[in-house]
Design a protein around this ligand. Structure first.
Ligand code: F6P
Length: 255
């Protein structure tokens, strides 16, 4: 039965890759909407995929969220004692402390026996404050490290869920609705065609920076995230998608 389950998942991976025109997909059993341990399984899969790379001298940028918190939980030191530096991908995105990129970044570094740098940016900044902040030497240094990241690990959220979780203003929620926002990643909101329809103003990694990365791992699962995953993946990026059976089946059932 175990063999059947494993080969069943490999078939599912192949089907999803074909259907969504993806470069690489890793599916773990279960549905993280129903069983929280499934997030940790995605975390484990993400960590083992990461370790296939030469991690020496690498800067890894990470985002926030509960899925990435599970990736941090499952992180282990690299096999050859490589020096890894973790940085948060972007500044404040309105998450609770335990789900913030900074927190996750520090935790990952600790679990990987690596190093980290943090980005201290308040969520709501005036244009003026924003400009002077990015000129600060300490902030500038971290921003340069972020831009140099060879590896990015990030989550995806459902647009509406994320807007509410971030306590976005009624105006923003209205805009997102009017523009049919479906997915959110790195503070960018996308419609079902994968087009950017809104962006949270914060510093750090920009969407176009992903093109220069050696590896981008997208970790997102749960059947309720299927539409969001589909929307974001429409961008046709060369990402590795780590997901779960719940999301994969919903993606294959959807038209
Ligand atoms: O806010 C950070 C973030 O990575 C978002 O970009 C993403 O939509 C969300 O978290 C995913 O959160 P979760 O893993 O908890 O669903």
């Amino acid at each position: 039965p175990v063999m059947n389950e494993v080969s069943g998942l490999r078939n599912l991976e192949e089907e999803l890759k074909q259907k969504m025109q993806l470069q690489e997909v890793i599916i773990v059993p279960g549905d993280s909407d129903k069983a929280p341990y499934v997030k940790k399984e995605m975390g484990r899969a993400c960590v083992s995929r990461l370790k296939k790379l030469d991690l020496s001298q690498n800067v890894i940028a990470v985002t926030g969220g509960t899925t990435l918190a599970a990736v941090a939980e499952m992180m282990t030191p690299p096999a050859h004692g490589e020096d890894i530096l973790f940085v948060p991908a972007r500044g404040g995105l309105g998450e609770q402390v335990e789900n913030q990129a900074n927190t996750i970044c520090a935790k990952m570094a600790r679990k990987a026996s690596g190093d980290y740098r943090l980005l201290h940016v308040p969520d709501q900044l005036s244009e003026e404050a924003h400009q002077s902040l990015i000129e600060e030497p300490g902030v500038k240094e971290v921003l340069e490290l972020i831009k140099s990241a060879g590896i990015v690990i990030h989550g995806i959220g459902d647009a509406n869920t994320m807007a509410i979780r971030r306590k976005s203003s009624p105006e923003v929620i209205e805009t997102l609705k009017a523009k049919h926002a479906a997915a959110e990643a790195f503070g960018y909101y996308f419609n079902q065609a994968g087009e950017v329809v809104h962006k949270v103003k914060t510093i750090g990694l920009q969407l176009q920076d992903l093109e220069n990365c050696e590896l981008v791992i997208t970790v997102a699962g749960g059947s309720t995230k299927a539409k969001a995953i589909e929307a974001y993946m429409k961008r046709g990026l060369k990402n590795v998608l780590v997901t779960d059976e719940g999301a994969a089946k919903a993606l294959l059932e959807g038209s």
